[in-house]
Design a protein around this ligand. Sequence first.
Ligand SMILES: C[S@@+](CC[C@H](N)C(=O)[O-])C[C@H]1O[C@@H](n2cnc3c(N)ncnc32)[C@H](O)[C@@H]1O
Length: 218
Amino acid sequence: MVSCVATRRSLSSMGRVFAAIYDRALAQTEAHGLADKRAALLAGARGDVLELGAGTGLNLPRYPRDGLGRLVLSEPDPHMARRLRARVAGERPGAEVVEADAAALPFADASFDTVVATLVMCTVDDPPRVLREVARVLRPRGRFLFLEHVRAHDARTARWQDRIRPLWQRVGAGCRPNRDTLATLRASPLEVEEVRDDRMPRTVPLVRPLLIGEASRP
Ligand SMILES: C[S@@+](CC[C@H](N)C(=O)[O-])C[C@H]1O[C@@H](n2cnc3c(N)ncnc32)[C@H](O)[C@@H]1O
């Protein structure tokens, strides 16, 4: 019991540290191209939009200014959510922040036209379940826009991703660098419409392979 409480406390303080350093840790990567890749992806957002695991809100300034309905940002981590709320208040006061787990979304079936996930599928505990939730909350022909760092195609880097995963997951707030997110998407109820390989700029090779694309709810 005591060790359980201690573990919870240490996880919570790790979450606080991760949230506090997140924007600074990504600053070079954003400046050298990730911010532009976010903007290109989010240009495809339409209607009522739900973002999963919105973190500190790095996508917020990249959403189109016109043509969106509701913009709902879900984020289960309270330290991230606090920063997210501050950014929403300053940059997009109409957006709603909801502290929700992507594996159990508190929304009715067919509530959104677009669901967005950027750098999230590496961190969730149960990716197939999350994609089932995405399919559930999307309206028919609604779109799932994703930008995710994934398992490398080359076997050598993939082996390193497998080896480093336990440590990386511990220090990276749950991030698994070796996830084959495209395979998970193809096995999900969504239909993959467009997908391309890309590279995360200015970062270590283990998290460089990026998968960017769009899937739809049939
Ligand atoms: C690497 S950060 C990415 C943040 C943001 N999406 C971005 O592009 O900068 C991963 C985020 O996923 C969130 N997350 C972790 N598990 C989650 C879950 N089960 N459901 C929704 N979000 C989750 C984390 O709290 C964190 O904010």
